[in-house]
Design a protein around this ligand. Structure first.
Ligand code: CP
Ligand code: NVA
Length: 318
């Protein structure tokens, strides 16, 4: 059973395939949407949310629809994951009725446990340490500008879930990755070591050094969902890491600006850079749809076998 819990679940070939397939699906949907309606016909994706979402929810829902399937959104208060019912029980109930589960959760352990029990593919729609679907959309966006091999992405700000997945995926597909973070907000050393085993990764304190020669400059919010009580302290240390015109002047002249969104203008990115001709943030948001359609068709198109094997035998089957 294949899942997408981490970028580490993908081989280099898997990652290249998913990016190419995402680009193909994106081109095809514009002129021949009917061609995609059989890919997941009759399949259902359960979408479990412990945190808010705009892009993840809409892109998975629209993606399932465009592939001929169906998605069900389950809000935190509806399921009470791990409270009203254990994660293992929720996983088995959803796995019995649905062909896949996408989950946005607080703790990585929750997606791991869902995957252990569901009997259907589980997709991590963001947890405390990774956001793999985001990274695929990010590199799809850069791939639309330039050939990926040998390019450089500079990530500024918090060494968080988005940073981890992006760093792992960059290393896997030959994009050089540089991060600059304040002290105490570096990406997890484990992720840095994994990425360094695959590609070129540099961790800086100085954002100006990190953006030197970059083809893309990336940032994310300084306070992630669930860290709200740390917001005041973070606002004190992060301002030097803001994407603004002065910092962009150090990147390549044709560098693009990426942000996973939602954005806080005037904090991690200036309003001017958000709206500049270098910004690709809304194309990047749209690319969540195309990247995830590649993931959904890859993981779910054969998963019916898995869920059928769990069903009780029909009368007469012995
Ligand atoms: N980038 C992203 O995951 O957006 P949402 O939180 O709106 O899903
Ligand atoms: N790092 C952010 C990403 C939001 C899409 C968070 O976890 O809230």
């Amino acid at each position: 059973m294949n899942h997408l819990l981490s970028i580490n679940d993908l081989s280099r070939d898997d990652a290249q395939y998913l990016l190419a397939e995402a680009a193909r699906l994106k081109a095809e949907i514009k002129f021949n949407p009917a061609a995609q309606m059989d890919i997941l016909r009759g399949k259902t994706l359960a979408m479990v949310f412990e945190k808010p979402s705009l892009r993840t929810r809409v892109s998975f829902d629209v993606g399932m629809f465009q592939l001929g399937g169906h998605a069900i959104t389950l809000a935190p208060q509806e399921i009470g994951l791990g409270k009203r019912e254990s994660v293992a029980d929720v996983a088995r109930v959803l796995g019995g009725m649905c062909d896949g589960i996408m989950a946005r959760v607080f703790k990585n352990e929750t997606v791991v446990e869902l995957a252990q029990w569901a009997g259907v593919p589980v997709i991590n729609g963001l947890c405390d340490i990774e956001h793999p679907c985001q990274a695929l959309a990010d590199l799809l966006t850069l791939r639309e500008e330039k050939r990926l091999e040998g390019r450089k992405i500079a990530y500024l700000g918090d060494g968080n879930n988005v940073c981890h997945s992006l760093m792992l995926l960059c290393a896997k597909v030959g994009v050089n990755f540089a991060a600059a973070t304040p002290e105490g907000f570096e990406p997890d050393a484990k992720f840095v070591a994994w990425a360094k085993a695959d590609g070129r990764v540099e961790i800086y304190r100085d954002p100006q050094e990190a953006v030197q020669g970059a083809d893309a400059v990336y940032t994310d919010v300084w306070t992630s969902m669930g860290q709200e009580e740390e917001s005041a302290r973070r606002l004190e240390v992060f301002p030097p890491y803001q994407i603004n015109a002065a910092l962009m002047a150090r990147a390549k002249a044709d560098a693009i600006i990426l942000h996973c969104l939602p954005a806080h203008r005037g904090e991690e990115i200036s309003a001017e850079m958000m709206e500049s001709s270098q910004s690709r943030v809304f194309q990047q948001a749209e690319n969540r749809l195309h990247a995830q359609k590649a993931v959904l068709s890859w993981l779910l198109s054969d998963s019916l076998n898995g869920s059928q094997s769990q069903r009780a035998p029909v009368l007469g089957e012995g």
